[in-house]
Design a binder for this molecule. Sequence first.
Ligand code: AMP
Ligand code: MN
Ligand code: MN
Length: 335
Amino acid sequence: MSEPISTPTNASFSDIGEVLARHQTFVIMSHVRPDGDAIGSQLALGFALMAAGKTVRMINEDGLPENLAFMAGSEKIEFPPSEPLEVEVAIALDTATKPRLGEAALHAASRAQVWLNIDHHISNPKYGDLNLIDSTSPATGQIIYQLLTALALPFPAETRDAIYVAVSTDTGSFQYPSTTALTYDMAADLIRRGLDVGGINTMIYDNYPFRRVELMRALLNTLETSADGLVASWELRDQVRIDLALLPEDSEGLIDIIRAIRGVLLAVFFEELVDGKIRVSMRSKDRRLDVCQIALEFGGGGHSLAAGIRMAGPLKEAKALVLAAIQQRIVANGL
Ligand code: AMP
Ligand code: MN
Ligand code: MN
């Protein structure tokens, strides 16, 4: 058992490697309402550690989303057990703030002595004992790739495929400006390691349930644009979620449809959640409009071009507040 090491700055790959080498039992977590990067990073690191002989549990507050159940090894993702796990190390992946791991997951990890925090959100306050936060990385999965290759850890097929899913989904299929030369080098390396690129893309992008297209239709009916045409928004009400029997992941990525409108600099998606809170998802096309800064005003976070908030409802009021904050930024930046 080693003492937690407190570092306000980033740990090196070898610092992280030492913690991985010195311990035997791990719980790996990611944020609530997990996306491809969250689950992909968990599976990538989890399967590498298991191949290195470690005992690993992979938990998520909301379990495994249906749209990611095709991923090899994804059955290893569990809901948090009700009793704390007897593990030495807790690893948070792709999670901008500790509460975003979820209460049940935090309880399950409460006996861990060392916390690792590996992420690419610029707003991450470095809540781990060791932190590896690289906001220049387009996905946490790409940081995991760098870590595993730097440390020469095992690289099983599940890890290889999971890294591809993580990075592809967080870069909008290798399109967003966050995509780097390393991202493409890495993708080439994954293919050389045996990745079936056509097969995996079909599973990610050509395999949506019909209700997702019905959701698209419902959302389009609520589309609004600001008078200057710079902001496009749409909303998802409770009733639509009920009528279409939607799962949380069904809306993943749909915001890109309105982000893609010519002249639109900022796209916003408002959603009524089951608990009455409002989820706000924002995407910017212009570096001068930093959506992370806007999200931080409401206790949210993320990246400069993609950020989110969970805030009090009702939807109408949340919408008015967020759209006003956006307008203020547009005016302040002379856009
Ligand atoms: P989303 O719009 O949900 O796809 O999220 C965009 C980005 O912002 C992702 O990287 C999220 O992890 C991050 N994000 C979303 N919601 C929040 C929140 N409430 N607090 C901090 N970060 C968030
Ligand atoms: Mn994520
Ligand atoms: Mn991510």
